[in-house]
Each structure stands twice: as C-alpha cells, then as structure tokens.
Design a protein around this ligand. Structure first.
Ligand code: COS
Length: 374
C-alpha cells in the first residue's frame, strides 16, 4: 500500500509508529471469523484491549489523528474490527469529554477491553432530527426514571454500558435533552429486538420501562445533552471518514492487483487506457478523502473548540468517495466482484452504512451549508 500520506505534515513520528505497529498486528490477527458476530466482536475487543490499541479509544485527551489512523488501518483489514474499535470510542466519547471522576472509572474497563460500550441516541421516530428525541427521563427522588425506545444501537445486546440520551424537559426541542450513563444490567432495560443488516454486526432496539438511574448517571449538565451529543459527533465523524478511507484503500489495492493480473486479448487489463482512467479517478478520490479526514483530525488536535464543518466535510466526502471507489473495484472484478467470499463484494456491503450512521450524508451537507452561510 502507498504509505506516503504518513509523511504529510499532519502527522508526528508517534503517528507513523502507531500506523505501522497496528498494521503489523492486523496482518497477524485479522480478519477474524465473522460467523458469530457477537463472539467475534467480544473477542476483538478483548484482543485489542490486550494489545493496547484501545488505550487510544478514549481518555482525558483524545488524539483524533490516532483514532483516524487506527480506524483506517483496521477497516483496511477487517470492517468488523474497525466497528469494535470505533464503538469503544463513540460509546465512551461523552465520558471522555464530559464524565465525572466516578464515571471515568468505566474508561479503565473499556480501554483495557474488559467492558464493551455503546452510544444510544437514535429512536424509531428520530434519526437525523435529534431535537425530536422522545425518550423521557423524569426527575424523581435521587435520580431519573427513563421510558422510551432506542433503535439501531450498535453493540446493542453485547454492550456492558450505554450512553443514552433522553428528554429531561428543561426547554422544548434541542435544549431539553440530557445524557446518562446506563449500565446494561439496569433494571427496566431490555433488548426489544436484534436487527440484521447487510454487513452484520451487533445491532439492537433497546426498551426502557420505568428504568431508574441515579443522579450520578447524569453526564454533563441537565438540558445540555444535545450539545454534548454534537460535540461527541464532531470528534467521531472524521473517524467514520477514516474508516471509509481504509475500505477504499483496500478496494483500490484489490483493483490494482486484479487489473495487473487479469488478461484481456493477451494483455493485462491495466494496459487499457479506459481502466487506467478509472484507476486514476480512484487514486484521486482516495487522496482527496485522506486530506479532508486528516485536516479535520489535525484541526481538532490543535485545540479547535468546534470542527463541525471540517468533520462534516471529511465524513461526507470520504464515505461517498469510498462508495464510488469500491463500486468501481467491483466493476473491475467482473462477475467475481459480486461473488461471496471475494473481498470487494464484502467491502461493497461494509461501506453502505457509513453514509448513514453518525449523520447521514444530507445531514453533513446541512452542517456545511449552515457553516458557510452563517
Ligand atoms: N457542538 C456544540 N454545540 C452544537 C453543535 C456542535 N457541533 N451543533 C449544534 N450545536 C448547538 C447549537 O449551537 C444550538 O445551540 P443554541 O441553542 O445555544 O443556539 C443547539 O446545539 C441546537 O443546534 P441546531 O439548531 O443546529 O440543531 P438542529 O435541531 O437544527 O440539528 C442537525 C442540527 C440536523 C445537524 C443535528 O440534529 C444532527 O447532527 N443530526 C444527525 C444526528 C446523528 O448524527 N445521528 C446519528 C446518531 S449516531 S449513529
């Protein structure tokens, strides 16, 4: 793989060491068997914890470039490994950024691989429109009583703890939400449904029936849950772009190998100018995506308070570009491209959800448009 991007000024020597060390580890340990995704994810969290990679998933100082390099590298080897790493970060994002000392004790467990975390924001009636969150958290003596449903919750069913968003009602809409730390064994919390998707991973609908959480479960201030969620997403959206980038790089490498090795009319497929044109477009999209992803990550690491615009551009462009690169890689594989067991067919399924989760492409367009119009 072309590693020249690691010499870009966004990176320090420690980033190059991280990317190379993880790549070598991934060569030895990935891909894992996906036949039981719950087991696969539990096993990978434990293995990544043991190897020390999860130390980068959260903590007092999140280095977004490291998060991105890790997601890119893992996604290039095995999308399920990337998923497991990503959820340890996103799930604990609110705790890393806003958690109390007591809540931060969970970070020791998620960063060592002893606990699995999840981020519970989406509801059956509100996906893109977070301000329409309907789950309620009613203030009662000593805590809150939660009622409602959360759906499309990654790691739902295998997580040990969730960060959940609910309406505490300080004001209507976005100003009346709060975030809570919700252990999976909380009484009144149940898994209503497990959800099967095109690229299988643990996913579920959660139900909260009169579920009590103590005051100490509140993350940040009551009524500031929306801003808290957006701050977490600002940090993690570039990492979704990074995962897409890793998948695109892998598809490109597969396409390069295929077109060099496959003959057409006595010559390599890659000798056709038409094919070279496609390869050039793929390389261009990959570099442009990488520049946007690492620009966003670098900007946050330099101490920027908000990177909504950079994060939205990185996620939007990198995920859309990866879809196109992977689609072309499938095309260049001919019939083999849609055959189960062929890597590009797997990537074709893996990439699709990234254009939807953590803010669908049109939400990113909205964020960018607002930033240029304000
Ligand atoms: N960081 C901090 N604060 C932010 C912020 C951010 N990135 N983005 C918005 N805010 C603040 C705004 O400044 C505003 O504050 P005031 O009320 O003090 O003015 C408040 O939050 C409300 O913001 P806004 O009016 O922009 O909210 P909208 O309801 O219009 O929502 C979108 C905007 C659509 C961008 C938001 O709901 C969103 O990102 N949706 C996608 C959700 C998502 O990613 N879901 C996937 C879940 S994880 S798989």
């Amino acid at each position: 793989m072309d590693r020249s991007f690691l010499d870009w000024p966004f990176f320090e020597a420690r980033h190059r060491e991280l990317a190379e060390g993880l790549d070598a580890w991934a060569d030895r340990n990935l891909p894992v068997d996906h036949s039981d995704v719950d087991d696969a994810c539990r096993g990978m969290v434990a293995a990544m914890g043991k190897a020390g990679w999860l130390q980068h998933s959260g903590g007092d100082k999140i280095d977004v470039r490291s998060l991105c390099l890790i997601r890119e590298t893992l996604a290039r080897h095995d999308a399920l490994a990337d998923f497991s790493f990503a959820m340890q970060g996103l799930g604990m994002g609110a705790i890393s950024l806003f958690g109390t000392a007591e809540q931060r004790q969970w970070l020791d467990k998620t960063r060592s691989g002893a606990a699995i975390s999840a981020f519970a924001l989406t509801e059956p009636g509100s996906g893109s429109d977070v301000a329409a969150t309907a789950t309620t958290a009613e203030k009662v003596d000593g805590g809150y009583r939660l009622n409602g449903e959360k759906t499309y919750i990654s790691n739902g069913g295998i997580a040990d703890l969730y960060v959940v968003f609910a309406r505490t009602g300080e004001a209507p809409g976005a100003r009346g939400l709060s975030a809570f730390l919700m252990p999976a064994d909380s009484e009144g919390l149940s898994i209503a449904e497990r959800i099967e998707v095109i690229a299988p991973h643990p996913l579920a609908t959660l139900r909260m029936d009169d579920m009590f959480l103590p005051d100490s479960a509140l993350i940040g201030k009551a009524g500031e849950g929306f801003k808290l969620a957006m701050s977490v997403l600002d940090v993690f959206r570039p990492t979704v772009g990074a995962a897409a980038l890793g998948m695109a790089r892998r598809a490109f490498d597969e396409a390069l190998a295929r077109t060099a090795g496959r003959e057409i009319q006595g010559e390599a497929l890659a000798s056709l100018q038409m094919v070279q044109g496609h390869l050039a477009d793929m390389a261009l999209k990959i570099d442009a995506a990488a520049l946007l992803v690492y620009r966003a990550a670098w900007t946050k690491d330099q101490g920027a308070a908000r990177i909504s615009r950079e994060a939205a551009m990185a996620k939007l462009y990198a995920t859309e570009a990866a879809q196109e690169v992977i689609d072309m890689a499938v095309q260049l594989h001919g019939g083999d491209g849609v055959r189960h067991g062929v890597k590009v067919e797997e990537l074709y399924r893996d990439i699709r959800a990234l254009r939807i989760y953590e803010g669908a492409s049109d939400v990113q367009r909205l964020v960018i448009a607002r930033s240029v119009m304000s």
